[in-house]
Design a protein around this ligand. Structure first.
Ligand code: F6P
Length: 359
């Protein structure tokens, strides 16, 4: 029987979205031939709410393996707002269900991170046939060992740290590099180790600025004329970790050291150690460009697995990698949870053994 398959990308983009879309499509055409029609929903859930879509053809999926971003467009549609009826008076959940019905979809594939998975679970519980795929440079989706986009971002952030090394050495400076990741420190931990950072600060491990400064001073005493800090966007000091967001934001503003952790840390190091410091924020560069070879393979594994799930009509799940094996998890079991760097993480022990300060 002919199947109509909807596909959307939601949340922050990352390298590997197009490779995954291609993996799904090629494997679907391979398995089902003329018995499948793919409908691209544009700009994430917003497109499903507003009925923005494109009937896709086979050729739309050619030449996109290496392409960054997403050919479908993406948007953040916060889960918290899904059931809230705003000024436009649109009931978003009802609109999504209606458009799914209008488009005569047999199922919908949603590519995204934690927020996307919460919305996917909501739609699944509303009776739609959903299959999700785990994307994010943060690598923080519960139930999968890895998400596509993560390893490319690690490569990019590592290159930034490599390049900062040479200028740090030339100028005898302390360089603080801000790596993306508000709640999860995987990207900072991996790129910090790959780039040989001296100090790595993660959201999961609140730091003590005195310990950070001691690590900088110890390096100077041992003859190193520079230090490199890999600081996660969401790093916090021990006091901040006990405060509400509003409180620490106010404290950072009052101190005049900037609202980002990295600016604050750099200013404090300069003041407390006398070392000249600079900040580098690669920002969205970490989400741009072509996926790495690793992510192309992972995207193709995940995409082709999702095609298998479509054919088997196995819905209400998200694709996952567990112990090097592609499998699926039930959406209801993973939605709303996240995967942070645990205290028991092997890489933390590796960092400590290498004399890297974790603050
Ligand atoms: O979730 C991926 C991510 O890149 C985070 O690491 C970062 O905190 C956030 O998105 C940035 O979001 P935006 O693209 O909306 O600025």
């Amino acid at each position: 029987m002919k199947k109509r398959v909807g596909i959307l990308t939601s949340g922050g983009d990352c390298p590997g979205l197009n490779a995954t879309i291609r993996g799904v499509a090629k494997a679907l055409y391979e398995r089902m031939g003329e018995n499948v029609e793919i409908i691209g929903i544009l700009n994430g859930y917003s497109g499903l709410i507003n009925g923005e879509y494109r009937n896709m053809k086979r050729e739309d999926f050619s030449g996109i393996l290496t392409l960054g971003g997403t050919i479908l467009g993406t948007k953040r549609t916060p889960y918290k707002q899904m059931r809230v009826i705003g000024e436009d008076e649109v009931d978003k959940v009802a609109a999504m269900k209606q458009n799914y019905k209008n488009l005569k979809l047999d199922c919908l594939l949603t590519l995204g991170g934690n927020g996307t998975h919460k919305n996917a679970n909501l739609l699944s519980q509303e009776g739609l046939n959903i299959i999700a795929l785990p994307k994010t440079i943060d690598n923080d989706i519960y139930g999968t060992d890895v998400t596509f986009g993560f390893h490319t971002a690690v490569d990019i952030a590592t290159e930034v740290i490599d390049r900062i090394h040479t200028t740090a050495g030339s100028h005898s400076r302390v360089m603080c590099i801000e790596i993306m990741g508000n709640k999860a420190g995987w990207l900072t931990l991996y790129s910090g180790i790959a780039g040989g950072a001296d100090i790595i600060l993660l959201p999961e491990l609140p730091y003590d600025i005195d310990r950070v400064c001691s690590a900088v001073e110890k390096r100077a005493k041992n003859g190193s004329n520079f230090s490199i800090l890999a600081v996660a966007e969401g790093a916090m000091d021990c006091e901040e970790a006990r405060m509400k967001r509003k409180e620490w934001m106010a404290r950072r503003l009052k101190d005049g050291t900037g609202v980002t952790a990295t600016n604050r840390i750099a200013a404090q190091i300069q003041k407390m150690t006398g070392a000249e410091t600079r900040v580098c924020i690669p920002g969205h560069m970490q989400r741009g460009g072509s996926p790495s070879a690793y992510d192309r393979v992972l995207a193709t594994q995940f995409g082709s697995y999702a095609a298998k799930l479509v054919e088997a009509e196995h819905y209400g799940v998200t694709v996952a990698m567990v112990n090097n094996h592609v499998t699926e998890n039930k959406l209801e079991e993973i939605a709303g949870k996240s995967r942070n760097v645990p205290d028991s993480c092997d890489l933390l022990a590796v960092a400590r053994r290498m004399g890297i300060s974790l603050g």
